[in-house]
Design a protein around this ligand. Structure first.
Ligand code: DX5
Ligand code: ZN
Length: 215
């Protein structure tokens, strides 16, 4: 069974308490929280003060996806805000190994994300150190984009890199995931599915999560 991590980016921010309660009572495993800085990606979302508020609504795992430059400056602050896992972008981290160790030193799960144009082999020397790899199946910055088909190939490549190195990293896929393509993404090797629009813009988000969970 996949881990389902709905992304709150597509939720109704005016009624965030209601949306969080819905997720808390649903079969969603994780809360996926997208942090954007307007520098690494051409958009700005929300930061630790909002995450701290959301933390009051649930005890579920907070999977924080940092689409920011210089993430090392904020690792402690996100821990304090309630993050359980922090994922940084390979493209934003010239000292990725140090960043991963820093996240772990705060007793959080450490993840690395790769953009659609970043090849899987870039992870060769970090794969044993990370708890998860997030494969971006859209260009980061916005919800509601379409899934890039080439991601299937990357998920398979990543799976074989993990197997051949004895890494225990989980594979998370993020962007353009819906009930239509989720089964194929799992079949390719994904362990964790992030879904924003397909959950929150659906008629019955709880039901959409349930169906995704049962794939
Ligand atoms: C995109 C974010 C995603 C986004 C996914 O930059 O990382 O987590 O919220 O949204 P959908 O599922 O709508 O593509
Ligand atoms: Zn994300």
């Amino acid at each position: 069974m996949p881990i389902i991590a709905p992304s709150l980016l597509a939720s109704d921010f005016l009624h965030l308490d209601r949306e969080c309660q819905m997720l808390d009572e649903s079969q969603a495993d994780w809360f996926h929280l997208d942090v954007m800085d307007g520098r690494f990606v051409p958009n700005i979302s929300y930061g630790m003060s909002i995450i701290k508020q959301i933390r009051k609504t649930t005890s579920k795992f907070f999977d924080v996806h940092l689409m920011i430059v210089e993430p090392e400056k904020y690792v402690e602050a996100f821990k304090e805000a309630g993050a359980n896992g922090l994922t940084v972008h390979q493209e934003a981290c010239p000292h990725l190994h140090r960043n991963i160790q820093q996240i772990k030193s705060f007793e959080m799960k450490a993840g690395v994300a790769i953009n659609p144009s970043t090849p899987v082999f870039m992870l060769q020397d970090i794969i044993r150190d990370v708890d998860l790899v997030l494969v971006m199946s859209v260009n980061p910055g916005f919800g509601g984009q379409s899934f890039i088909e080439h991601s299937f190939q990357k998920i398979k490549e990543l799976k074989s890199l993990i197997n051949s190195t004895g890494s225990s990293a989980k594979i998370e896929v993020d962007g353009g995931i819906s009930l239509e393509n989720a089964a194929d993404i799992i079949k390719a090797g994904a362990d964790i599915l992030v879904a924003g629009s397909s959950v929150f813009k659906s008629e019955n988000p709880t039901e959409t999560i349930r169906k995704m969970k049962e794939l």
